[in-house]
Ligand binder design. Structure first.
Ligand code: FAD
Ligand code: DHB
Length: 391
């Protein structure tokens, strides 16, 4: 098989890239190890930045999001006894949208179906070859067990944090940075109406808690837990009691509504970055190049921002033979990646107590400054609602 761009991974980065390329007249083939049902059911991120929504709108991919998603003006930040609203719209003129990654994944899948995009699910043994030539290729085994070879002008590694693309770059040609945090999140999905109109990020001496949501009838909540936590040790009762305590039951008469838990999992937290995001004709995008801890909801939005830069760079390279944008892709993408890496680290370290009394006082001092100072609140709002794309 031959195509212009071979895309490895049918997550948000891979599918959106194939969509952007097609709208620029560039052919691509997407390969994916998992089944389509698995990819579309994976519960992950839930917040879209302003510019992500604008991009989806501009591609006519925003209609379901506009109908089923929920626009939020800001978030609540709190310490025990005090809840404070940070209004992004007032501060920076931009909002965010609550819209599950599962829903976005489904929208992108349907849009690619409508355009006749070739996507192969269930592949295995993916390998990348000849990356430093003008004709790289990907080999893999198709779902029905046949060996396949996909020749291309360029390869987009959109295969997430465990895919083969990042590892195909020789050690001498890249640098990595990593921070592993000494805590994890226990995340639950529950069939109960959210107990809040906008997300609550709560600092608490027992550990951070976050009240998010997916719809008027589905809540998504998180608790800080030790990284080695066995999910079985957290009964539903224990989870609701801890959430209620940490999220501030009693603040101005507020209560947390409990309901049936439909999903429960532990998410490890780390920051990771590999640069450059290009090696020869291989271009990395999304989690394949960088991971952020979830606090601040940047992972999915960064993947979108990467491919918004990568698509025009690949179009210029493979259709017009002009390499300038491709040559500048990594540096341009990394500027935003490092900004979001810093913001995610900053939100994470501000809100997760580690048991060190000195650090806890610094966290509370920082939190109070953000809640009481226009400069502090504006900095958070600008980063959370997101910088303009391609900036
Ligand atoms: P992915 O969505 O990971 O897609 C990569 C795709 O590549 C996958 O479908 C994978 O199956 C496929 N693949 C892997 N190997 C191969 C191969 N060999 N061949 C072909 N295909 C391959 N972000 C937030 O902002 N908030 C959250 O709450 C949040 N929760 C998360 C929970 C989990 C468990 C995880 C893993 C991530 C979470 N994230 C969250 C991060 C966010 O979901 C990611 O940043 C986002 O999915 C990145 O999109 P992507 O397309 O780059 O990677
Ligand atoms: C969600 C996850 C986040 O990491 C976050 O900061 C906000 C919301 C969510 O899954 O809804």
């Amino acid at each position: 098989m031959r195509t212009q761009v071979a895309i490895i991974g049918a997550g948000p980065a891979g599918l959106l890239l194939s969509h952007l390329l097609a709208s620029d007249g560039v052919d691509s083939v997407v390969i994916e190890t998992r089944s389509r049902a698995y990819v579309e059911a994976r519960i992950r991120a839930g917040i879209l930045e302003h510019s992500t929504v604008e991009l989806l709108d501009s591609l006519r991919l925003g209609h379901t999001l506009r109908r089923e998603g929920h626009e939020h003006r800001g978030i609540y930040l709190q310490e025990p006894g005090t809840r404070h609203h940070i209004d992004f719209v007032d501060l920076v003129g931009r909002s965010v949208w609550v819209y599950g990654q599962t829903q976005l994944q489904r929208d992108l899948g349907q849009a690619r179906d409508a355009a006749g995009q070739q996507i192969e699910y269930g592949v295995s043994h993916t390998q990348l070859h000849d990356l430093t030539t003008d004709s790289p290729c990907v080999t893999y085994e198709s779902e029905d067990g046949r060996d396949q070879r996909l020749d291309a002008d360029a390869i987009a590694g959109c295969d997430g944090s465990f895919g083969p693309s990042r590892a195909a770059v020789p050690g001498s040609a890249h640098q990595t940075w990593e921070r592993v945090y000494p805590y994890a999140w226990l995340g639950i999905l529950a069939d109960v109406a959210p107990s809040t109109d906008e997300l609550i990020y709560a600092w608490h001496p027992d550990g951070f808690a976050l009240h998010s949501m997916r719809s008027p009838t589905v809540s998504r909540l998180y608790l800080q837990v030790p990284p080695e936590t066995d999910v079985e040790t957290w009964s539903d009762d224990r989870i609701w009691t801890a959430l209620s305590e940490r999220l501030g039951a009693g603040i101005d008469g507020w209560t947390l509504h409990a309901g049936p838990i439909t999903d429960k999992s532990v998410l490890p937290m780390r920051s990771f970055l590999q640069a450059p995001m290009r090696f020869g004709r291989l271009f990395l995008a999304g989690d394949a190049a960088h991971i952020v801890p979830p606090t601040g909801a940047k992972g999915l939005n960064l993947a979108v921002a990467d491919v918004a830069l990568l698509a025009p760079a690949l179009e210029a390279l493979v259709r017009k033979g002009k390499p300038a944008l491709a040559d500048g892709y990594s540096e341009a993408a990394l500027r935003r990646v490092w900004r979001c890496t810093h913001f995610s680290w900053w939100m994470t370290t501000m809100l997760h107590p580690t048991g060190d009394p000195f650090d806890e006082q610094l966290q509370l001092s920082q939190l109070r400054w953000v809640c009481s100072s226009a400069a502090g609140a504006t900095g958070l709002a600008e980063n959370y609602a997101g910088l303009p794309l391609r900036s």
